[in-house]
Design a protein around this ligand. Sequence first.
Ligand code: CTP
Length: 409
Amino acid sequence: MSELLDKHIVLGLSGGVACYKAAELCRALVKQGATVQVVMTEAAAQFITPVTMQALSNRPVFVSQWDAREPNNMAHINLTREADAMLVAPASADFMAKLLHGRADDLLSLMCLARPIDKVPLLLAPAMNREMWSHPATQRNMSQLRADGAHVLGVGQGEQACGETGDGRMLEPDELLQEVVKLFQPKVLQGKNVLVSAGPTFEAIDPVRGITNLSSGKMGFALAHAAHQAGANVTLVAGPVALTTPYGVRRWDVRSALEMHAAVMSHVDKADVFIATAAVADWRPAQVATEKIKKAASGHMPAIDWAENPDILAQVASSARAQNGQLFCVGFAAESHDLAAHAQAKRQRKQVPLLVGNIGANTFGSDDNTLMLVDEFSVIEWPKDAKLRLARKLVAEIAARLPSFRKTT
Ligand code: CTP
């Protein structure tokens, strides 16, 4: 998916070792369809050359406000007027101190000041040594910059170029890319707490075997990602899947249905929305053998007694908070046939206002999906599309059904 098609991003670099990450970031932004105009301070040009950034962005790089290439010699105006956003990465402690005072004695800070403040959001990706980061002056400057409307991003933690370890590393290029993409997403779930269950469960038979299913978790992960980008605080309870945690999402890994049940129950009290995409095993072996079950001499498979797993969604949907409208529950159903009928029956049985049906064989493991939304009044079909695009549509649909949304619109 080209996430930044038609977007024009000014990528500013101030001085810091993290400039090497800005090269990767520039590439990632271009790959997502953005046009990227790089502007560097003279300090940044000590760490990485404008030549590298020009090659990666495919546009001339600007360093000086006296650059005579602009016919009117007003690079600070010309370069900010077509921008959809400005991202300074790395933003050094010194550069942020300068911005805070509205100083403008180099092209990049001049552009930050001269940009149309209501039209061109400014993202700052701090990068510095841990002592500089925790210094009261830096912290004070950042809160003032936030108050002035800048989006000051967080920092990473770990080993630093100086050999020390702590907070202050610039976020990774992919994390910064996600921040830029997020900036352009409508904030339909701003401040809401969203809980998502995803993936299969694994029900142990003995220490080396178990039963599971083909759910890949991709739809649930896409929904968690989309909800976060829509402004929600997202907790993702994930069964055993090999997927990267979406940026900004809190993840709890579980294995069995009982573990998933416990994790959901411990987080659901604070949730405004619960989206149950997990393919939870309905049954588990009543006893888990402590040792590997050996092949029987009889040639018959040993019988297994089964115990029923709790229905997590049904239990959550019958809670007082869900029943009085404080918690909006969405179920999923992966079926093999008669989707509309099964989905409607499941919705009623589980008492959820919205149930999303899909055909298991089409969705498991795939990056695309086809969805059917079933509620009390209607059945809507969404044609085949990327799971992330469908997830964004579904997030908007859920947001429109929340009581708070209905009151304010
Ligand atoms: N679900 C759940 N806990 C369970 C079983 C299902 O939370 N123990 C949730 C799923 O996450 C999904 C919805 O219920 O949102 C429907 O799941 P599905 O497995 O399709 O439904 P079942 O009730 O198991 O029905 P069946 O297996 O007969 O189709």
